[in-house]
Design a protein around this ligand. Structure first.
Ligand code: DP6
Length: 328
């Protein structure tokens, strides 16, 4: 009745930006991401408590944060046939929320896998991915490691909208992601609200959906041949296009700040001098640099020279796991 699971966050190379169904968290387009180690969130779920309890990073969760967790627990109780009572969930991440990397992605992935284990259900990455999706869309891509593709699916009930692993973490061990923390402030507009505002008001939104969907198979093909330059170029243009749809929203939405642009400019100059480094950017000011093992130290130095207050160097991460034990 109790299980503890560790999961890693992920960074999208082709981003998810906009829902066709807000309640079921169904995206307009497919997306593709890379799981990030060593960063992780560890979550314990135990059924049999007196009432539902949700603790995240030492605090009792309230409001929508609590509701999202309860929604996942409720779905597991349903899957288990309604025989399970209230649960206690305790979750802790080992990286700062200010990193701008959604700890919710790793958190909901760990929760989905842990809750199903605690309920005695058979480990299944597809079912766990759909369950994690109910907490946060990007979480469906953190159930498995390596490179995961979230297929948008076609069905209205969401039963074909989940992430599949395209390549595992061992496929490209030299790949590096360097998180450049330029600003620790909490972002003004959360991804959930920003993407909804973009869907509702950006005249460029339809073009974004069409383009991003077409980029996913290209990204898979590039990953297959491990072409860093092609991947970097694809990740950059996809990030620019996501941000462009947001700039065009009404009122406009801008997640970048002057330091973000300064770093991007500097990165271009370094690239002209021969350094293999590209960026991607989620809904916040902190870029993630894409490079290889031979250049990760130089990429960190570049980020610090551009004002990064902290830098986290990441490698491709593995599947969500039951404390040291592989499930899938
Ligand atoms: C820019 O998954 O946090 O990071 O589904 O509303 O919880 P909800 O949103 P969330 O959005 C992630 C947006 C992104 C791009 C991405 O990770 O694909």
């Amino acid at each position: 009745m109790k299980a503890t699971v560790l999961a890693h966050p992920n960074i999208a190379l082709v981003k998810y930006w906009g829902k066709r169904d807000d309640a079921l968290i169904l995206p307009h387009q497919s997306s593709l991401s890379l799981t990030l180690a060593p960063l992780s969130v560890t979550t314990t779920v135990e059924f049999g408590a007196a009432s539902d309890q949700v603790e995240i990073n030492g605090h009792t969760a309230k409001g929508s944060e609590r509701d999202r967790v309860l929604r996942v627990l409720e779905a597991v109780r349903g899957e288990a046939g309604g025989k399970l009572g209230p649960a206690k969930m305790v979750s802790r991440g080992d990286f700062p929320a200010s990193a701008g990397l959604a700890s919710s992605a790793a958190g909901f992935a760990a929760l989905a896998v842990a809750a199903r284990e605690a309920a005695g259900l058979k480990a299944d990455p597809k079912v766990a991915s759909m369950l994690a999706r109910l907490g946060s869309g990007s979480a469906c891509r953190s159930v498995q490691g390596g490179f995961c593709e979230w297929r948008r699916g076609e069905r209205a009930d969401g039963t074909d909208s989940y992430a599949v692993q395209r390549f595992d973490a061992k496929h490209w061990p030299e790949l590096r992601m360097v998180v450049a923390i330029l600003n620790r402030d909490e972002k003004e507009v959360k991804s959930r609200d920003g993407m909804k505002h973009t869907v509702d008001t950006s005249p460029y939104y339809a073009a974004w959906v069409k383009d991003a969907e077409a980029e996913v198979p290209r990204a898979v093909e590039i990953l297959q041949r491990k072409d860093l330059q092609a991947l970097g170029e694809l990740a950059e243009r996809n990030a620019w296009r996501m941000h462009s749809t947001a700039f065009a929203a009404d009122p406009p939405l801008c997640y970048m700040n002057p330091a973000t642009l300064g770093l991007i400019q500097h990165l271009r100059e370094q690239r002209k001098k021969g350094m293999p480094v590209w960026f991607t950017l989620d809904a916040g000011p902190n870029p993630v640099l894409l490079t290889d093992a031979a250049h990760e130290v130089a990429a960190e130095a570049l980020a610090r020279a551009c004002g990064a207050v902290d830098v986290i160097r990441c490698v491709p991460g593995g599947d969500a796991e039951l404390k040291g034990e592989h499930l899938f």
